[in-house]
Design a protein around this ligand. Sequence first.
Ligand SMILES: CC(C)(COP(=O)(O)OP(=O)(O)OC[C@H]1O[C@@H](n2cnc3c(N)ncnc32)[C@H](O)[C@@H]1OP(=O)(O)O)[C@@H](O)C(=O)NCCC(=O)NCCSC(=O)C[C@H](O)C(=O)O
Ligand SMILES: [Mg+2]
Length: 293
Amino acid sequence: MAQYFRPRRSMLYVPGCNTHYLERARTLHADSVILDLGDPILVERKEESRDNVVRFVNEGGYGSREVVVRVNDLISEWGPDDIKAIAKTKVDAVLFPNIESREDVLTALSLLDAAGGSHLPIMVMIESPIAVLNAKEIAAASDRIVCIVMATSDLISQLHARVTHERSAILTSLSLVILAARAYGHAVVDGITSDFKNMHSFEYACRLGRDMGFDGKSLVHPAQLAYSNDAYTPQTSEVSHAREIIAALKEANEQGKGTVVVNDKLVERHHVRAAERLLKLNEMIKTLEESHV
Ligand SMILES: CC(C)(COP(=O)(O)OP(=O)(O)OC[C@H]1O[C@@H](n2cnc3c(N)ncnc32)[C@H](O)[C@@H]1OP(=O)(O)O)[C@@H](O)C(=O)NCCC(=O)NCCSC(=O)C[C@H](O)C(=O)O
Ligand SMILES: [Mg+2]
């Protein structure tokens, strides 16, 4: 079952038309795999891809990786049938593309529930300018949303912007979506980097996304996994600092003080909450990595 709080450092898109990729994804060190029925699949291969994905999900073999299926647009010829097919599988969550409003979230949920998937969590993709502007109402629409996934490729096209190393055209959009996700308690994952052989830009994008507050990054190629996993894993120094400030504030509290200075920095209660979250995430990452075969 998908959870709000779990590692999602790397979410790899795996096109449903490619059974070799679907098989390979069982062995890759991705925290989540998105088995994809959506836009990249040719119209004439939509049904074959749906059959492949249903078969692979039911066969299992993805271990502790979170298994997500991206269905086609709700209003497309294939969306409703994808939902019917996926609702009855052992998938962890369904990813709905092109969500632009609260109504879209409610429509997605009602189609999923009607198909017998009322137990399933959902993820929603933010792909358009109107979706970014409506991110708050989308995030607030349902607590079955476990994760908001940025679709930066579509967004950049619709903004008539340029893809640059600094990502300046989309920084405001990324921040608005992170704000909305955090305000309503959802995980939030950065979009893809299409220039997948440019590891310099990719690593920069991962570290920028991490510093902005994302939980992880969407990926298109296995070579990106190591960079994304590394950027979104707490560093050894962060883990020891977290332990240090938890202990220091506890001791200060016992002495009747509400704050403490550690390494020349003021530590308050909210730092301790963040440190506890970081330690929990670090433990979950260790468990996930140990489970990979
Ligand atoms: C981009 C690719 C077409 C490149 O594929 P390929 O040429 O096969 O790469 P390699 O030969 O270097 O692959 C090395 C091995 O890794 C396997 N592989 C490659 N990609 C994947 C994958 N995605 N999942 C699982 N396994 C993968 C290869 O089979 C090789 O394995 P082996 O033969 O055993 O050595 C390809 O990577 C690809 O198709 N990627 C996915 C692209 C995609 O789906 N894009 C759309 C999703 S993102 C999106 O939609 C954007 C969003 O909506 C937005 O708007 O932002
Ligand atoms: Mg898209």
